[in-house]
Design a protein around this ligand. Structure first.
Ligand code: NAP
Ligand code: F7E
Length: 374
């Protein structure tokens, strides 16, 4: 068989690396990805992204007493030949092992986590079991499989590892100073991933992703809490939105852009660690104002600190702050420099914060408008 003839006869974009070729069998084998955390915000976007790249996507879902697949149900309906869901849990090393050995994936994405920073103070032990030991369970399973050379591993690291930042903007070289059980657990996983790479020559890479949001963001994270809260206030379905620290600053991107970076991180020649961010920083208060503008609502701010309140045109309080939502230790300001990702991965964010807000508001407002009409 003439290899060149074969290559020329199939219409595949080699730069996309979506296929691997088994020339002995002279057929095309689709790459297989195993995604822990498939039912989450990033998992659902990553699944869509990988399916477009012609991967077979296997996702791990947890047993739940109610439905927990709403973010991926539409994917299953469209792609059920290439999209598979398996029961499993990151804290259950037996299930992690058996899934890896059953699926024999080319790439593993560990997106599974107890990902809420405030909640991690309430359940630190559980958070560490999932966010720290869970990653170790995957690394050990890869190491003890016969696929240590074949499998590429992505670990979902976070800007929360920088915590009380030691320099700004933060880069891959900035030392960590995590400020929550979540951040500390993720730092453990970061170092374990690096350690397994150096000790066993594994293809294991860390993304250090700054905040990224979308209409699929969990409803208790601040951006989604704001888009839902203000949409409901505008529609007369809610009177007030109660928040915590509105002065903290974050570097917010769109989850769609960030899952592309996760994939690119596994397509490099050598495993490595990358900061993924926009290099733009805004306060929670600024985000509220953007959402209000999109909803054509006017907010008048009065007072200072914990007593600062947002009023509507009729002088009614629609936003106030409560210590209830403060964390025992806060991360005041995060700002990432994605220069390395730009240089090596050719990655840069495409969606601006204004476009992100527009999309989130449109979807949340329409949903509650439809609910109201029912
Ligand atoms: P998310 O929406 O909270 O999704 C987390 C996923 O993990 C869900 O599918 C969840 O399942 C699953 N999960 C939780 N505990 C598990 C366990 N014990 N075993 C198996 N699966 C488990 O998080 P995300 O925003 O998509 O973030 C994805 C990853 O990136 C997380 O690791 C997060 O810590 C990290 N990260 C996120 C950001 C961000 O701004 N979004 C930034 C940096 C890093 P259920 O659906 O059943 O709960
Ligand atoms: O808080 C403040 C809060 O919970 C952002 C996770 O995806 O990104 C996320 O963690 C800021 C904080 O995200 C409320 O104090 C004010 O300063 O939306 P958040 P986070 O803590 O930055 C990182 C990168 C991750 O890795 C995490 O997994 O907003 N804030 N008022 C509030 N936050 C919440 N949740 N609720 C409030 O009412």
């Amino acid at each position: 068989m003439n290899k060149n003839y074969f290559l020329g006869s199939v219409n595949v974009d080699y730069l996309q690396l979506s296929y691997s070729y088994d020339f002995n069998k002279v057929n095309i084998i689709m790459k297989k990805a195993l995604v822990f955390g498939i039912t989450g915000q990033d998992g659902s976007y990553l699944a869509e992204f990988l399916l477009k790249k012609k991967y077979k996507v296997h996702g791990v879902k947890r047993k739940s007493s109610s439905f927990n697949t709403s973010r991926v149900d539409h994917i299953y309906e469209k792609n059920n030949k290439n999209f598979f869901l398996h029961y499993g849990d990151l804290t259950d090393s037996l299930s992690v092992n058996s899934l890896i050995n059953l699926i024999k994936p080319d790439e593993i994405y560990n997106l599974a986590a107890q990902s809420h920073v405030a909640v991690s103070f309430k359940i630190p032990n559980y958070t560490a079991n999932v966010d720290a030991i869970g990653c170790l369970n995957i690394l050990e399973a890869i190491k003890s499989s016969r696929m240590i050379k074949k499998i590429k591993f992505y670990q979902a690291g976070t800007s929360e590892m920088f915590g009380k930042v030691l320099e700004s903007p933060q880069t891959e070289k900035t030392p960590f100073y995590p400020r929550s059980p979540y951040g500390v657990s993720k730092a453990f996983s970061y170092w374990m991933t690096k350690n397994y790479r150096e000790s066993y020559n594994m293809f294991a890479s860390n993304g250090i992703l700054f905040n990224h949001e979308s209409p699929r963001r969990g409803e208790t994270f601040v951006t989604r809490k704001i888009t839902i809260g203000l949409s409901k206030i505008k529609l007369g379905l809610q009177k007030k939105l109660v928040l915590g620290n509105i002065y903290s600053k974050r570097d917010w991107g769109h989850a769609k852009d960030y899952v592309e970076a996760q994939w690119l991180i596994l397509q490099t020649k050598k495993p490595d660690d990358f900061v993924i961010a926009t290099k733009k920083q805004f306060s929670v208060k600024y985000f509220i104002n953007l959402v209000a503008k999109e909803l054509k609502m006017k907010i008048f701010w009065r007072g200072k600190g914990l007593n600062e309140k947002g009023y509507d045109e009729n002088n009614r309080v629609i936003i106030e702050c409560s210590k209830k939502y403060f964390r025992p230790s806060e991360v005041d300001a995060l700002l990432g420099n994605p220069a390395k990702a730009k240089k090596i991965l050719n990655w840069k964010p495409k969606i601006s914060i204004k476009e992100l807000v527009k999309e989130m508001v449109e979807i949340d407002y329409r949903k509650f408008l439809n609910d109201k009409k029912k």
